[in-house]
Design a binder for this molecule. Sequence first.
Ligand code: ADP
Ligand code: MG
Length: 235
Amino acid sequence: MDGILVENLCKYYSNSSGEKFCALQTVNLRIASGEFVSLVGESGCGKSTLARILIGAERPDSGKFLLDGEDTTTWTYHQWRLRRHKLQAVFQDAAGTLNPCLSAYKNVEIALASLTKLSRSQRHDRILELMERTNMREELLEVPVRQLSGGEQRRLALLRALSINPSYLVLDEVISGLDLISSHSVLSLLEQYHKELGCACLFITHDRDSAYRVSDRIIEMRQGSMILEGSRKGG
Ligand code: ADP
Ligand code: MG
């Protein structure tokens, strides 16, 4: 069955005194193809842990995550890489996923060349189109990523993720720390992109107003558990 299906997911960490605690406690979640779901909750409740599991950066201690019906639990790094074209993620610390020494253009171009079948000129066109849609000046493409501001790096990471045309997009605090205009333009871009291409999004934020603005459904987490779920349309 298509979509993201998380069943009884648990993740434990050890705290600084070596005691185990539960960061995710029997989490269940389903995101259908094309759905826009927001995940809200206070800092430390486990949102990023869930995001990291959804992109294969961490393994759960128990439970399952099925992606389009395939059980990811035992996937190797290589198996995850083969699905990168369908699932992309952007994190608050975008710098961590970009190559700081390469130009902005090269960062996106490398991802497009390895994850899509686009020709060189199609890749070029797509990059320029997305630069315009993310309100980024074209000159920035030649600048090494380390010289871009934090907000520009975040928008570039988002641009790179969108450029792949993934079926699923995990967005972890992508607007936090951005000024009002930048966060407004990122939200508008996501709304448009979702409408045009029907990509399913998991939009993780602590900003409820933004969550209400963009999503079909909102889920609230507290201390590692999903505690509430509501739909924007249903009230
Ligand atoms: P959120 O994204 O909702 O702020 P996180 O998922 O980042 O929350 O963290 C959930 C809890 O797990 C927090 O208490 C955090 O300190 C802890 N945690 C996250 N990653 C690790 C780790 N690698 N080792 C130990 N504790 C961690
Ligand atoms: Mg987080």
